[in-house]
Design a protein around this ligand. Structure first.
Ligand code: E4P
Length: 214
């Protein structure tokens, strides 16, 4: 299972890289707006740190504008993937970009039907938002399972990025069903490493070591 980190913060990316936990990066306009620097500068630095895919989202809502933004963004680095919102215009843009060999990540996906259309349009990645679905009482992980079944039925190569991950159980559930990728906030990566019995065990070992006969 690949781990992407869901952030535009370079320090978080460096910390996760040191743990060997970064196969790629996803950003979005909300994450980028938390950073003080211009978007192209942030992307340039992220892409200098990461060999894997780095998703950068377009702002336009019309296919033509999205394609124009995408062409600019891919000039920043070879590993940029263009994040396109799940709209009819977005699907048009995905089709045009995939014909140009530009990789895409269809974002804000909340149904299996949307994921099917994204794959048919030629998306490289699709990002179903599990946390936001759970928030409204629908099962995000069931959606991932459904998309996996549909893609398997027809041999689509579009990779599924489990997105809007809020806690370690999302990552574990995604791993259990064999999802390709989870994009995870740094906080959740850190939570995955933690267990209270590990901490208690370390304290006990150190206390016993101090008491030993010298
Ligand atoms: C995915 O690519 C998005 O950037 C992200 O996972 C959205 O997460 P949120 O629902 O916590 O904002």
């Amino acid at each position: 299972m690949k781990f992407f980190i869901d952030t535009a913060n370079v320090d978080e990316i460096k910390k996760a890289l040191a743990l060997g936990m970064v196969d790629g990066v996803t950003t979005n306009p909300s994450l980028v707006s938390k950073e003080a620097r211009p978007f192209p500068d942030i992307l340039k630095e992220i892409c200098s740190l990461i060999e894997g895919p780095v998703s950068a989202e377009v702002i336009g809502l019309e296919a033509e504008g999205m394609v124009g933004e995408a062409r600019e963004l891919v000039r920043i680095a070879d590993n940029i993937v263009i994040k396109i919102p799940m709209l009819e215009e977005g699907l048009k843009a995905v089709r045009l970009l995939s014909a140009e060999g530009i990789k895409t990540n269809v974002t804000l996906v909340f149904s299996a039907a949307q994921a099917l259309l994204a794959a048919k349009a030629g998306a490289t990645f699709v990002s179903p938002f599990v946390g936001r679905l759970d928030d409204i009482g629908q099962s995000g992980m069931e959606l991932i399972s459904d998309i996996m079944t549909i893609y398997r039925n027809y041999g689509f190569t579009t990779e599924i990025i489990v997105a809007s991950v809020r806690h370690p159980m999302h990552v574990l559930d995604a791993a259990r069903i064999g999802a390709d990728i989870a994009t995870i906030p740094y906080k959740v990566i850190a939570q995955l490493a933690k267990h209270p019995l590990t901490d208690r065990g370390i304290q006990q070992f150190l206390a016993d070591w101090e008491k030993r006969q010298k």
